[in-house]
Ligand binder design. Sequence first.
Ligand code: SPD
Length: 277
Amino acid sequence: MWFIENYDNRASLGIKVKEKVFEEQSKFQLVEIYETEFFGKLLTLDGLVMLSEKDEFVYHEMIVHVPMCSHPNPERVLIIGGGDGGAVRETLKYNSVKEVVLCEIDELVVKACKDLIPSVSGSLVDDRVKVVFEDGFKYLDQYENYFDVILTDSSDPIGPGVELFKRKYFELIRKALKPDGIAVSQSESPWYYEDVMKDHYKEISSVFDITKSYSAFIPLYPSGFWTFAYMSNVHDPMDFDAERAVLISESCRYYNEDLHSGCFAIPNFLKRITGTE
Ligand code: SPD
């Protein structure tokens, strides 16, 4: 039996599965979990891969540690999306962190991951973590000058995730961040989402003075070549805390101090798409 993710009728990815262990339609999307032959558990939303137990560390380490090691003292962190808990797990590695708010629109994602993928969701019960089930867009609006780091660990720009790629959303992020805050949004693959990415980075750079794109290799995401958008009005990620990065990387399998700056070295076609030449 194979799980097939179809990339808009242009290509597809097949993953050999043993069985489907969870399937439920929420108000927002179809949530499914498979037991695979090679990648451990696989979480999909509306038929699109969100994570596998085998390769999730790349995505979660990179969405979290690049901003966290670029901030001088991250204490309050907001994660929009990310109901599987992987980004929370990585964020809690920092002693400076006092509060992590996870704002996930779909309670079913959290429940399914808590029940079936504890290696990823296990940190959601930590005392420093508050989980709220709300629309990230609306939730952000109540904050001003509060968070040090905001991460958008969204699904793809279709379905409930679509608003998280628009200008108004980045304005809300800027308002909710302290003036020297840092935000990172997952920003898709240039091979399959070129037009979405062009708009996404155009909107971000109209709101933040420092807008950069970085990449990581994530085998089960479309093309494997995945990008993240870094934004801040103060902190350039090249001026990161290398000592902290070395310490954190001891508990990491992908992120390290060389990759921190290395991941911002991007090919010309991506520089052109993101307008970061
Ligand atoms: N096409 C895959 C995009 C998924 C990005 N978010 C993944 C959620 C993992 N926490």
